[in-house]
Design a protein around this ligand. Sequence first.
Ligand SMILES: [Ca+2]
Ligand SMILES: [Ca+2]
Length: 237
Amino acid sequence: MQDDSASDSNSVSQTDLQSLTFSEATQTDDFKMKVCLPYFKDIYKDLCSRSDDKQKGVNKISFLDYCQLPGLLAERLFAVLDVDNDNYLSSKEFLSGLLRIYCSVFDQKMKFVFDIYDFDKDNFITQTDIMTIITCMPVVRGSSSQEREGKFTQEGGGATTFEERVNTLDEMTQVLDLCFEGKTSINFAEFSSISEKKTSDMVLAVLSLLRERLPCSENYWRYKRHYEMHMRILAGD
Ligand SMILES: [Ca+2]
Ligand SMILES: [Ca+2]
């Protein structure tokens, strides 16, 4: 693994990098800082080079173009990543966002998905918010998604997805009714309690589609396999 941070010439400062560290130093952290971050920075540079204002960062059109998601979900993803709401993704916003999707712990991923559902950013989500997102999703099937599903299961997800379990909008409404227990909206604490105790489908439906569609996923999983193999060899397994 080469670490090219010393020769890196883009505008990500050391403070930015430090603020991207979410959890205690682990092997996962090492992979995140030495493999993911340089890779995500390359993507940033590439997307930024297509922007109409390179100082501000990646513009919306380049980002929507890149992510290959259904229109509404792409819009939501951009809105969540664009923390300062200036319609551009700075390097910090872009890198933090990708790290939240790929390298954060399940709690942080839940918050990320909650933010996707929270259209008006009032820290509450409704059944309509969830239905709006879920119904814009294509059905993700096939052996590759099954394979990836296993990884989410390890992270605390259920074995089946919304698509497999919930065939009709009626059924989806019933599941959501059970989850919401008569409340019209829920906050993040309630959302994470539902995701941990009842069903993580609301989280996984969004996460698995992001990871299925975002073009960087393919390299991410390959780097991760190589990294794990490399670490096993170092450990003498
Ligand atoms: Ca921004
Ligand atoms: Ca809301």
